[in-house]
Design a protein around this ligand. Structure first.
Ligand SMILES: Cc1ncc(COP(=O)(O)O)c(C=O)c1O
Length: 485
């Protein structure tokens, strides 16, 4: 007897096998609980409703429920019906491996390939000062939900269909207005392709470049692991550009068809690309037909002076501007955007269509509404203020507690670089930090090719929730003070 029952809050396919109906029903329910198909707390239909669905006597169902309550699989409470209690402990068995999948497992529990790629740890120490994350606890949940509601109410039904692979026109219009105003980008909506974060944007560009015969891309010698992995996945060889106080040293890019830069705030070392190098990059692109990919991952966060405007504005036909909501809002949104030279729009849109048709219309419409209503600017301004305060506390506390440490890259962004006194090892210091319950990474983990600089930590001061920042900072200072001896 196979039935799908949908009379109550649950919709469950139940396979009641064998001639003995009650035993079959009990076995099917036990199995559903054991395998996690029925999660703890799930409310079951009434015995009357289930009996009607299955075409069996109500008493049979009531007796089966009674038996499973007695065995501890279900709980029955006067007035609130019958609920799944979760699997009962098995005497003599090893401790349960945890709840059935999807039933309350913490997302922090396991590390996945992303850890290796991005260096963004999941789980681990109680306090985190790893680079790469904004303060996720300050995500503007109510404002975002309100924007989602307004956006969905206003959206025509067709907005929920397949659409232009470049993205929803509402979002491309809102982004064009925002990027021109806030980052100085020269942009019109038809040049934008909305993608699932910078990571996908870079993958699409790599694909188009590789299809056009590119074999190598110049990248900064320190940077994000996932970008290198994306290049490698498209069989593009990285040509490494050294980084100094003026950002990337561009001479090494002579023979490549494209270079990937973080001009506003070199990741993770921190300098802005010097004015003469910005001009040099544009001259190179104009002379060779090469492409500059501008990763503007945290351009909104600049503290001591005016934000450095987008390099793209100097030569929109030679520079791809790439932005993301991963630092301004949350990486989990997976929203990013490319502003493309005319010659790339069609190919990148085709690559996007092939990759996944389009980015979710719901998230796009919500972000469009969030930007249009001023919520995005408000959130960024509030976050900037908060991160700036944290940065100031970091500077002050380190000067006081660990004067041998030199803090650089502090003018912008969500992280700083703490140069350690010579003789200290990054591994030793990060292990000491871990013993104090603090996760922080050495600069070496961002080195591409080889780690050629002195020992340093990359401190992502934005990452902890507000209430944990003081504790994280105290642990960092204690670790550094100890290490300095
Ligand atoms: C240098 C750099 N670029 C881009 C990103 C954002 O990537 P995505 O938009 O795929 O989340 C990050 C996030 O850590 C980053 O550090």
């Amino acid at each position: 007897m196979r039935k799908t029952w949908a009379t109550s809050s649950v919709d469950l396919h139940l396979d009641v096998a064998g001639p003995r109906v009650r035993a079959g029903l009990e076995a099917a329910l036990r199995d559903a609980v054991r395998t996690g198909r029925l999660a703890a707390g799930t409310r079951l239909p009434s015995s009357r409703a289930l009996a009607a669905d299955l075409g069996i006597a109500r008493n049979t169902v009531a007796e089966a429920f009674g038996q499973l309550v007695a065995e501890g699989w279900l709980t029955a409470r006067q007035g609130s019906g019958t609920e799944v209690a979760g699997p009962p402990p098995v005497v003599g068995a090893a401790p349960a491996a945890g709840p059935p999948s999807g039933a309350g497992a913490e997302p922090n529990d396991d590390a996945g390939p992303a850890d290796a790629l991005t260096g963004i740890g999941r789980g681990g120490p109680r306090y985190q000062l790893r680079a790469g994350l904004p303060d996720l606890s300050s995500f503007p949940r109510s404002a975002w939900l309100a924007a989602a509601r307004r956006a969905l109410n206003a959206a025509p039904a067709l907005a929920l269909a397949y659409g232009d692979p470049r993205g929803r026109p509402e979002l491309r219009r809102a982004l064009a207005e925002y990027l021109a105003r806030a980052r100085g980008v020269r942009v019109s909506p038809d040049r934008i392709v909305v993608c699932n974060g910078f990571t996908q944007g870079l993958a699409l560009l790599c694909q188009v470049l590789a299809d056009r015969g590119a074999a190598a891309v110049a990248v900064e010698a320190y940077g994000l692991g996932v970008s290198m992995a994306t290049l490698a996945a498209h069989r593009l060889t990285p040509a490494l550009l050294p980084v100094d106080g003026g950002g990337a040293v561009l001479e090494g890019a002579a023979d490549v068809p494209a270079m990937l830069l973080t001009p506003a705030h070199q990741f993770p070392l921190g300098p802005a690309l010097a004015a003469r190098r910005r001009a040099q990059a544009i001259r190179w692109a104009a002379a060779t037909g090469g492409l500059v990919i501008e990763d503007d991952y945290d351009g909104e966060f600049r503290y001591d002076r005016q934000p450095v405007g987008a390099l793209q504005a100097l030569a929109p036909e030679h520079v791809v501007y790439a932005g993301t909501a991963s630092k301004t809002l949350a990486p989990g949104l997976r929203l990013g955007w490319l502003v493309l030279p005319a010659r790339l729009v069609r190919d990148v849109a085709d690559a996007k269509a092939l990759a996944d048709a389009q980015t979710s219309s719901f998230e796009q419409l919500t972000l469009a509404e969030f930007i249009g209503s001023g919520g995005y600017d408000r959130h960024i301004r509030r976050s900037r203020l908060g991160y700036r305060r944290r940065r100031d506390r970091l500077v002050a506390e380190l000067a006081r507690r660990a004067p041998g440490v030199r803090l650089t890259g502090i003018a912008a962004g969500l992280h700083a670089v703490a140069e350690l006194p010579a003789g200290l090892s990054e591994q030793d210091v990060t292990e000491r930090a871990a013993r104090r319950g603090l996760g922080v990474e050495g600069l070496g983990s961002y080195a591409r090719g080889g780690h050629t600089r002195g020992p340093a930590l990359v401190i992502g001061y934005a990452a902890p929730p507000e209430h944990a920042f003081t504790g994280a900072l105290a642990r960092l200072c204690a670790t550094l003070a100890d290490s300095e001896g």
